[in-house]
Design a protein around this ligand. Structure first.
Ligand code: ZN
Length: 66
């Protein structure tokens, strides 16, 4: 079963497929919007960045949420 997680990286809060990218700190992952981003120390603990609208739409489609 697919499982999607949210992670802030490079100025946006993106979603990613945890099947292809195990969660962790300071890692590079491919977002659902198709970008490869890397988490920095500023992304850990406090998520102040806006949600990526493309990831938000993509995750809803994949999970069947209207
Ligand atoms: Zn995104």
């Amino acid at each position: 079963m697919r499982r999607y997680l949210w992670q802030q990286a490079e100025g946006r809060r993106h979603a990613y497929d945890s099947h292809t990218h195990p969660p962790g700190l300071g890692f590079t992952f491919t977002t659902l919007c198709g970008t490869e981003v890397r988490t920095g120390s500023e992304d850990i603990g406090k998520w102040l960045r806006p949600t990526c609208p493309t990831c938000d739409r993509e995750i809803r489609e994949r999970l069947g949420i209207p």
